[in-house]
Design a protein. Sequence first.
Length: 158
Amino acid sequence: MTTVYDFTVKKTNGSEQPLKAFEGKPLLIVNTASKCGLTDQFKELQEIYDKYNDQGLEILGFPCGQFNNQEFDNIEETTEFCQLNYGATFSMYGKIDVNGENEDPLYRYMKLEKGGVLSKDIKWNFTKFLTDRNGNVVERFAPTKKPSKIEKDIMKQL
């Protein structure tokens, strides 16, 4: 059976990162954008990461410019923006597409596991997927659902 741990993603420097490295840890996987009205969610994501990382939680951010091009073209600008403005220390990865012809295989898989309302497609920045410690997608959260509002769901997986 396929899990998120079977996928490999690109780091911000272009090297590959097998998600198998996170085996046994619950993951919160988020498509992010630096110039979005929801960008302040970085603050709550970091707070949750600080609170639960020592219990195993990992947060993986995937910058995406598919929604009104609200992400920098240069990944260094993205990481600098997230670190300087929000103190983000959780893992950020290379810019990806989450829908369409060039969608990242991880996102294709997660959307099949947990479709959205009316459609499987990601509708906006900051859609969140939560996995259990076995790499199974257990929940999908809408972009407008703040990270602090899913804390109880995260705690169930710790």
